[in-house]
Design a protein around this ligand. Structure first.
Ligand SMILES: Cc1cc2nc3c(=O)[nH]c(=O)nc-3n(C[C@H](O)[C@H](O)[C@H](O)COP(=O)(O)OP(=O)(O)OC[C@H]3O[C@@H](n4cnc5c(N)ncnc54)[C@H](O)[C@@H]3O)c2cc1C
Length: 348
């Protein structure tokens, strides 16, 4: 069998390599020019949800959640994903989305805000208890370990460009366009800087606190140990490779947290970090064959960790000439042939 090089050992590349090995591929190299799980995967919030707004995304997420369930603790904590709406219009939108999700088999139900979550201004809420939060670098490292166990050669500090290969898989996250260019494939993937804040310890955080998201603002938070991790889109999109924390937003974000989770009063930001989303113009990934002997698993646009199990499996299946276990057609590169325009505004 031909030699397959998977470029990038983040969540996406780890999943492709693991599934290739699992499906019987023998000559597979997983390389990273830096280190395993050292890119966007190390920066991610770790949200894992099936509550998406298009059938294609819901199916991708459904196929992935089974994988996370099998991984279980300590990699995945199935605490649920709660969306709160504070306006009638916001709630109507949540209900419409929930109807689509239910029709596809996702168990989304009406919810009350759990203990500790301020709800006086909440008009309605939905939750899916199958969703939850995970530890992205730990999951990626575990998949790399399993891939290596099944014969994949793992090389850190190795640029894919320096390797002989019959078949290349571009799973280089925000750097995928650069690698694509070097091998003659134009991938419309652009880096977008996003930041996360972690509070200091907060006494009495319940172990089963769901990921909590305000539908209208996008402000969300999750528990990590005895701390909360917070995120919200920046007021102005920050395109580019600079990973810079904007401290001017801290006060606003802490204020939102105390409003929604009053027990956080007095909490400070202990740690903050910025990372890169690998955006495509329609915020959907590019999966499958993109050129002669070249495949892609990139452009995940901020959802790649949770989509990586199913995406990696389907790309591995296509590489090995098997029928992909879900429909890759919504994710083909050629959908951008009519011009790829990156939006000015995004709701993430
Ligand atoms: C702040 C933030 C929050 C996020 N929150 C979530 C979330 O809650 N849920 C979710 O599902 N997703 C989330 N994401 C997105 C998620 O992190 C990624 O989509 C996911 O981890 C998949 O990453 P990846 O493997 O595609 O890329 P990366 O993890 O960036 O891995 C790409 C790897 O490729 C390597 N590389 C680059 N060029 C080359 C080359 N030429 N040769 C060899 N190696 C190369 C890099 O060193 C890097 O290690 C978040 C991202 C950020 C930044």
């Amino acid at each position: 069998m031909a030699r397959i090089v998977v470029a990038g050992a983040g969540a996406a590349g780890a999943s492709v390599a693991y599934h290739l090995a699992e499906l019987g591929a023998e000559d597979v190299v997983l390389c990273d020019r830096d280190s395993v799980a050292g890119g966007a995967t190390a920066k991610a919030m770790g949200g894992v949800r099936q509550q998406f707004s298009t059938p294609a995304e819901v199916r991708l997420a459904q196929a992935s959640i089974r994988f996370f369930q099998d991984l279980g603790a300590p990699f995945f904590d199935q605490v649920g994903y709660l969306f709160l709406a504070t306006t009638a219009a916001g709630f109507a939108e949540l209900e419409e989305r929930a109807e689509l999700q239910r029709s596809l088999g996702v168990p989304v139900v009406a919810a009350e805000a759990p203990a500790g979550v301020h709800s006086d201004d909440v008009v309605g809420a939905v939750v899916c208890w199958e969703d939850g939060v995970a530890d992205p670098p730990a999951v990626a490292r575990e998949l790399v370990r399993r891939a290596a166990e099944r014969g994949v050669e793992v090389r850190e500090g190795q640029d894919a460009d320096g390797l002989d290969t019959d078949l290349l898989v571009i799973a280089a996250g925000p750097w995928s366009a650069e690698l694509g260019r070097r091998v003659g494939v134009e991938l419309p993937v652009r880096p977008l800087c996003r930041q996360l804040l972690e509070t200091g310890p907060i006494v009495g955080l319940p172990a089963d606190l769901p990921m909590t998201i305000e539908a209208e603002t996008g402000f969300h938070f999750r528990r990590r140990g005895d701390r909360l991790v917070l995120a919200m889109a920046d007021p102005k999109l920050r395109w580019g490779f600079d990973e810079v924390v904007d401290e001017t937003l801290f006060e606003d974000r802490l204020g939102r947290l105390v409003h929604r989770y009053p027990a956080a009063v007095g909490a400070r930001v202990d740690r903050a970090w910025a990372g890169l989303y690998d955006m495509t113009p329609d915020a959907h990934p590019i999966l499958g064959r993109v050129g002669e002997g070249i495949y892609a698993a990139c452009g995940f646009s901020g959802h790649g960790f949770m989509q990586s199990p199913a995406a990696g499996r389907a790309v591995a299946e296509e590489i090995l000439g098997l029928e992909p276990s879900f429909d890759l057609s919504p994710y083909r590169l050629d959908r951008f042939e009519r011009g790829a325009i990156f939006p000015e505004q995004l709701v993430l």
